[in-house]
Design a protein around this ligand. Structure first.
Ligand code: COA
Length: 648
């Protein structure tokens, strides 16, 4: 357990074994320094390999220690001890080498990784910067542009990219461990390459400054990305040891920041969301082949998400023409991902090769999971679900991607309803990280556990929700949109509401987002529900009036705004329409401050959240925060509305 020191002939092997993810806890740091000392003292040892047991090289610093002051030796001390070793140290990396795990690997004299290794400095996702020398060693190996990118975005890179930018020296052909020992032995007696002594490479000051400015804008109020980038740039002008001290001081300051505490809460919330007393003991079914029925935007996005995650996907439409249009949507979705750098060309080709598109439902016949993603209309979904049931194996799991219909009602169309539940994706499904796994009364634990496990395999955050209209996300969204509409009628304007929420950290305000998604879908839903609406409840008709004028959002060039040449512009006609509505409702309009707008939105979210908890639709307050962060653009670095309101 923890750290063991063994020998492979004349190479000392320091093995980290701290399940589940080899976090570098205090005891591990002590063990590593101690083992390095022993290996250096042992005259029969010519070189040292650091390797790890389990699936992960190391997930970095132990986040559970972040609420207390750091105990010596700190991670930086471990990195320094590795770098100063008189005998060559080689890091043998498999699985993920993240944060401090990557940092101490950077201080080794060489690094070898297996082809599946992933490396990164995700501290920024916890509101931090690397604190173990990473900001200073990475630019010395990879150059400033790559280091700024990795530190400020926290993105992971694969072994091939790592080799290309110079942070690893070799990719193991077959046996990582043996090759690491051979590499270490080959360095014995040679002049060691100590990362801190490498001169930082030249860089373009203007280009880097522009990158940092852009990062600041994209961070939308979060401090860590820019702080990390600026710390990397200190490598260009401050002696290494001084820069290490600065890095550690900044790390310790950030650790206690509101931003870091909020993001630690989100980290814990994401892991807690996977735990449910009744599901923890259920074994997820093996799923290899996915069927998606319906090739609209949602169906295409779901197909792309599964294909990228390595699944074989059969996408079924009702005829060849619809199948052709689904193929176009798939191609467009993939092209967008490639353009934005989210997908490399080989990965796109690879994912595409796993997708089959057909104009016949029969295509999903042999799938293990079939997701229905057809038009959100009860009768349509019922008939598609019964057709799917009669076609597929009795063991196949069937899920609906409905946004608003009650899956308990839809379950009645599925023979064997224990294998049926909701799997609600958010648009665009290949990008948005949230999946609501919706419990029906009849769903078995095995079905729900399978959908939850699949969400994780997709790299998404699965949140279990009870069955009701709108589940967690759309229930809350409806509540706060209503509050925004009240404010419009009371005196605010769409661009003021949007600006207030964008300044708070949302990527896009609700009205701009509505224009992007289209106003017609919710209009159709409101018309369907008009007869059952409670007349005593306040109703704001601004959205209906916009739709009556054919203002359906960006697709019609006009919505809450007007669009010219891709620019969003304030439209006086909309202001007049809103003022007319206020007059008709006998409301004398008043101004709203940005703070007031944000406070009212957050209060409406928390009130609805409390109702969802009371009704048992949400299992815990942190699940609600995750839904808002990963499905609706709430800024993660603020933790979440429930967290901020102190609701647990
Ligand atoms: N410190 C302490 N515990 C950690 C940890 C860390 N750095 N990283 C993960 N864990 C824990 C999780 O809380 C979870 O605990 P639980 O089983 O009690 O819920 C367990 O390890 C498994 O983690 P999980 O994320 O569910 O596993 P995974 O296989 O999906 O992913 C990693 C593995 C390493 C990719 C992922 O855990 C990760 O990204 N960790 C964070 C890395 C990081 O941010 N490091 C920088 C710290 S400054």
């Amino acid at each position: 357990m923890a750290i063991t020191l063994a020998k492979n002939s004349d190479v000392a092997v320091i093995l980290i074994d701290n399940p589940p993810v080899n976090a570098i806890a205090h005891t591990i740091r002590i063990g590593l320094v101690d083992a390095l000392y022993q290996a250096n003292e042992d005259t029969s040892v010519v070189a040292i390999v650091i390797a790890s047991a389990g699936d992960t090289f190391s997930a970095g610093a132990d986040v559970r220690e972040f609420d207390a002051p750091t105990r010596a030796p700190a991670l930086g001390d471990v990195s320094n001890a590795i770098e100063l070793s008189n005998k060559p140290v080689v890091a043998a990396i498999h699985g993920a080498a993240l944060g401090g795990g990557f940092e101490f690997a950077l201080s080794a004299h060489a690094r070898i990784a297996d082809a599946g290794a992933r490396l990164g400095l995700p501290e920024v996702k916890l509101g931090l910067i690397p604190g173990g020398g990473g900001t200073q060693r990475l630019p010395r190996l990879a150059g400033f542009a790559a280091a700024v990118d990795l530190v400020a975005t926290g993105r992971e890179i694969g072994a091939h990219e790592a080799l290309q930018i110079g942070v690893i020296d070799r990719i193991a052909d077959e046996a990582l461990f043996q090759e690491a020992c051979t590499l270490a032995r080959s360095l014995a007696g040679r002049m060691l390459r100590r990362t801190s002594t490498i001169s930082p490479p030249p860089f373009g000051q203007d280009a880097i400054e522009k990158t940092i400015l852009d990062l600041g804008k994209r961070a939308r109020g979060q401090d860590a990305p820019t702080a990390g980038a600026r710390m990397v740039m200190r490598a260009a002008c401050v002696p290494f040891q001084d820069a290490l001290r600065e890095e550690l001081a900044l790390f310790n300051t950030l650790k206690t920041s509101d931003e870091a505490k909020s993001l630690r809460y989100v980290f814990g919330a994401e892991r807690a969301a996977r735990k449910h007393a009744d599901l923890d003991h259920a074994t997820p079914r093996p799923v290899h082949r996915i069927g998606v029925v319906g090739g609209g935007l949602m169906g295409a996005g779901i197909t792309i998400a599964f294909a990228i995650a390595g699944f074989r996907v059969e996408l079924a439409e009702q005829n060849d023409a619809a199948a052709a249009s689904a193929t176009e949507k798939l191609n467009a979705g993939f092209a967008r991902m490639a353009r934005s750098g989210r997908l490399t060309e080989p990965s796109r080709a690879d994912a595409l090769s796993r997708i089959g598109v057909s104009g016949e439902l029969r295509a999903v016949q042999h799938c293990d999971l079939i997701i229905e993603a057809v038009y959100d209309d009860l009768a349509v979904k019922q008939s598609v679900l019964s057709a799917i049931t009669s076609l597929v194996g009795a063991d196949a799991i069937i899920a609906t991607n409905t946004s608003y219909l009650d899956p308990n009602v839809l379950a009645q169309s599925v023979a064997g309803p224990q294998r049926f539940a909701g799997m609600h994706f958010f648009s665009p499904a290949n990008l948005m990280r949230l999946v609501e796994v919706v419990r029906t009364d009849s769903a078995s634990s095995e079905t729900l556990a399978t959908l939850l496990a699949l969400s994780k395999r997709l790299g998404k955050v699965g949140v279990v929700a009870g069955s009701c209209e709108g589940f967690i996300g759309n229930r809350i969204f409806t509540a706060y949109r209503r509050e925004c509409d009240f404010m419009l009628e009371d005196g605010a304007l769409p661009h003021e509401v949007d600006a207030a929420l964008e300044a708070f950290g949302y990527p896009m305000g609700p009205y701009a987002a509505n224009d992007l998604a289209g106003l017609d879908i919710s209009w159709a839903r409101r018309k369907r529900g008009a007869a059952s609406r409670d007349p005593s409840q306040r109703y704001v008709a601004i959205a209906d009036k916009l739709c009556e004028q054919g203002r359906f959002g960006q697709k019609s060039g006009k919505g809450y705004y007007r669009y010219e040449g891709g620019r969003r512009l304030i439209d006086d006609d909309v202001i007049t329409l809103i003022e007319d509505e206020s007059r008709a409702a006998r409301i004398s309009r008043r101004t709203f401050t940005p703070d007031e707008i944000v406070t009212r939105v957050m209060r409406s979210i928390v009130d609805e959240g409390r109702r969802l908890l009371a009704e048992g639709i949400a299992a815990r307050a942190s699940d609600i925060d995750l839904v808002l962060i990963h499905g609706y653009g709430y800024p993660a670095w603020r933790g979440g509305p429930m967290y901020r309101a102190g609701v647990h």
